[in-house]
Design a protein. Structure first.
Lengths: 252, 516
């Protein structure tokens, strides 16, 4: 029953005017079909995550979404960096149905017991804080500090999100790499790396100004502090990984 | 009239013995104005003998035409071309367009359905029919001049979780069709149909259906043959790679090697009987198909001319087999891998159980998308290079009993992936050169030409032409990220190179000189 009342609230968000149960069931069912077709391969037919896509029932964006306002935008814009196509032409009705389905799955999962794919913070709790601290002191302190940038990290992030951030902070967000470009006239530009291929480099400077150059016409250098994280992937044993996670989780 | 007319082309290649038999079939050595099957021909080398576009003039390559599907779905398939008409697909759609202009002749749409829409690899042709497989796992035959539907058969039951992206392979009077489906515990199946009538000829199971299982059977499901295979007419053997086992990440539920998942198989196309099998990923627990293209090459191996089969597999291993017997001649990693304890005496990689998915997670290379994937490699006979879009990638893999024994049965997340085009010495697997793709794992396949060119796309924004011998860039076009494999053909004395980005197909050619 908790689920049904949740759906009523959801339908209220979506502005449906028919009776709560009928409208919600139709909308959710319509969303289920759209979801299976366009989203299911990556996010799983039940929205709990698939081969590439996130578990949407645990997504922060879905949790903050009201009546499809964030989900709709995310679907329409896509996320090319993460391999999500943009469904730019998807109509409001379809988006509402998708959002209704995702929210209904979220409620369903919250009330379900037993078998499903999930990674709980407790699953990851087996590492040694002491061993993790030793590893951290040897390998991570050149860039990080437990009392500085990582103070309280264990309170802000728990379990899987912390592990993913620890292994590669870049994977879900923008690169913190810095691009330095020297023009033929000797002018120097420094900014956040926005794009790089073998023909073009681009940055956004502190004022938000975007600039790009042909790599043929300038000299440039990229300083990517995250390369240390990538290099680390080939060195971690699983035990190291669990220990460092335990240590970071202890920084509350 | 058989539209797949044969024309002999100049054949070269210093180190490698190329096909030289008489009476070659059209799909063995296609006419240069055609690309009549998914790989261009039966051997899967994706190497063209066309010579108008050269290392000296490729920098002048320019847009000849573009065709817009106006679809959200990316073009991931290889277009095929016969008699001046090109057939291009995205999921649920097939277009016939004029290969000289990109003008649409007709479009076929599959009825709306709720099956998975992941991609469509391409069409196939026999006589006057063109074939499309659909997400709801049908095989549709259309009149290739009008688009009129001639027949439609169900390959497998999509309500059980099957779907199809497969580009069918025509071998004489057999149309070979595969399916996908690893979110459900389903037997792996490949089917052959009569190309004219759609009548089912045979079914091959890579993992047995429930009515053929007993207590002694391997508990695995899966092993779907979702990629188009290759064919040796001399040996009359069809080569096909099989997908990962199901349940996918839970290996406890299916002890043993899980044959024939993660394998390269040789089948008799007349009856679907298996001749031999080689398991590239025994007891896989990471979603690593061995469905990647089995490339057929006749070439010396350790001083002896042999009929070889080359595959860069999703698990990070490059393998060379004798394609008559299935004997392994080489198995060597071509990308980052930390999951195997080396190879056994049969040449099969040996999984390290410590890297199986676990409750607390294991850090594994490659990630689920693999060291390579559906993107086709190419083989350049002149340099002996096997050129593949590789990725060094890491993922974290989780499995606990509560995840159960059905479908995915676990969870995994990519934490890093870096794409690189790699040119391997076919005999040793040694990496001769690397070309950074500037991003994660690539999606573009590879095409080589007799003029020493390699066409592909990077992971950023570009179509690329590289020099095959060293990977140096000779041309690029910022058309967006290429997600299919390039093809080339010659019409009216003009060589075209066609590839796709997003829902748009681009045809490039050398500039035309003005008529006056």
């Amino acid at each position: 029953m908790q689920r049904l009342s949740g759906l009523c609230v959801l339908v209220a968000f979506l502005g449906a005017s028919a009776s709560c149960l009928a409208a919600s069931a139709d909308l959710v069912e319509s969303g289920r079909k759209h979801f299976a077709t366009d989203c299911g391969f990556c996010h799983g037919r039940d929205a709990t995550g698939g081969s590439k896509g996130a578990d949407l029932t645990r997504s922060e964006l879905v949790a903050r979404d009201v009546g499809g306002d964030l989900i709709g935008e995310a679907v329409r814009r896509g996320n090319a960096d993460k391999g999500m196509p943009a469904f730019a032409s998807m109509g409001k009705e379809e988006l509402n149905a998708l959002a209704a389905f995702i929210h209904s799955q979220k409620l369903l999962v919250a009330s379900a017991n037993g078998a499903r794919r999930s990674v709980e913070p407790d699953d990851l709790a087996g590492g040694s804080v002491e061993a993790g601290q030793r590893y951290f002191q040897t390998n991570c302190q050149r860039c990080h500090s437990a009392a500085g940038d990582l103070a309280g990290i264990g309170s802000r992030l728990k379990g899987l999100p912390l592990l993913r951030r620890m292994l590669n902070p870049d994977f879900q967000r923008r690169s913190p790499a810095t691009l330095t470009v020297t023009s033929p006239e000797g002018r120097r530009f420094v900014g956040a790396l926005e794009y790089q291929d073998e023909f073009t480099v681009a940055m956004r400077d502190d004022l938000g100004v975007y600039r790009s150059w042909s790599t043929r016409t300038v000299t440039y250098a990229v300083d990517d502090p995250l390369q240390a994280h990538v290099d680390q992937l080939a060195r971690y044993t699983d035990e190291d990984m669990h220990d460092v996670l335990a240590y970071l989780q202890s920084l509350r | 009239m058989n539209p797949l007319k044969t024309r002999h082309m100049p054949v070269s290649g210093k180190r490698v013995l190329l096909l030289a038999a008489l009476c070659l079939s059209p799909l063995q050595v296609p006419a240069q104005d055609s690309w009549p099957t998914y790989h261009g021909n039966y051997n899967g080398q994706r190497h063209s003998q066309l010579g108008q576009i050269t290392q000296d003039n490729v920098h002048t390559l320019t847009l000849a035409w573009a065709f817009q599907t106006n679809q959200t779905q990316q073009i991931k398939g290889t277009p095929i071309l016969v008699d001046g008409i090109m057939y291009v697909t995205v999921t649920d759609n097939l277009w016939a367009i004029d290969a000289r202009t990109g003008r649409q002749l007709w479009r076929h749409r599959n009825p709306d359905n709720t099956a998975f829409h992941i991609g469509q690899r391409g069409a196939a042709i026999a006589g006057n029919l063109v074939y499309l497989t659909t997400p709801d796992a049908y095989l549709v035959a259309l009149d290739r001049y009008s688009g009129r539907e001639v027949w439609k058969v169900e390959i497998a039951d999509h309500t059980r979780g099957y779907w199809s992206t497969n580009a069918p392979l025509l071998i004489r009077n057999h149309l070979i069709v595969g399916v996908s489906g690893d979110f459900d515990n389903l037997p792996g199946l490949l089917r052959s149909y009569d190309p004219q009538t759609g009548k089912l000829q045979w079914t091959f199971y890579s993992t047995p259906p429930s009515d053929l299982r007993d207590e002694a059977s391997d508990k695995t499901y899966g092993g779907q043959m979702w990629m188009t295979g290759t064919y040796d007419p001399g040996l009359n053997l069809l080569y096909v790679g099989t997908g990962n086992p199901t349940p996918v990440l839970n290996g406890e539920a299916r002890p043993g090697d899980n044959k024939w998942t993660g394998s390269i198989l040789a089948l008799n196309p007349d009856n679907g009987k298996m001749q031999w099998g080689f398991q590239v990923s025994p007891h896989d627990t990471h979603d690593w198909d061995a469905a990647e293209v089995p490339v057929l090459v006749d070439a010396p191996f350790k001083g002896r001319n042999r009929k070889l089969l080359l595959q860069a597999s999703r698990n990070g291993y490059y393998v060379v087999l004798d394609r008559q017997t299935g004997e392994n001649l080489l198995a060597r990693p071509f990308a980052a891998e930390n999951w195997s304890k080396g190879v056994d005496k049969r040449g099969q990689p040996v999984p390290d159980p410590a890297k199986d998915p676990r409750r607390a997670g294991t850090l594994v290379a490659p990630d689920e998308s693999g060291a390579t994937n559906y993107r086709s490699p190419a083989f350049d006979p002149a340099t002996g290079l096997f050129i593949v879009s590789a990725a060094d990638a890491y993922g974290i893999y989780f499995y606990k009993r509560e995840h159960g024994e059905y479908g995915w049965a676990g969870a995994d997340y990519t934490v890093h992936s870096r794409g690189e085009l790699r040119a391997l010495n076919y005999e040793t697997g040694e990496i001769r050169w690397r070309h950074d793709l500037h991003g994660g794992a690539g999606m573009a396949g590879v095409l080589t030409t007799a003029t020493g060119l390699t066409f592909t796309g990077d992971s950023a924004n570009n179509a690329l032409a590289l020099r095959s011998r060293d990977g140096a860039t000779l041309w690029h076009a910022g058309i967006g990220r290429v997600a299919n494999a390039p093809i080339t053909y010659e019409l009216d004395g003009r060589q075209y190179m066609v590839l796709a980005s997003g829902g748009t197909l681009f045809a490039f050619a050398l500039p035309e000189t003005p008529a006056h």
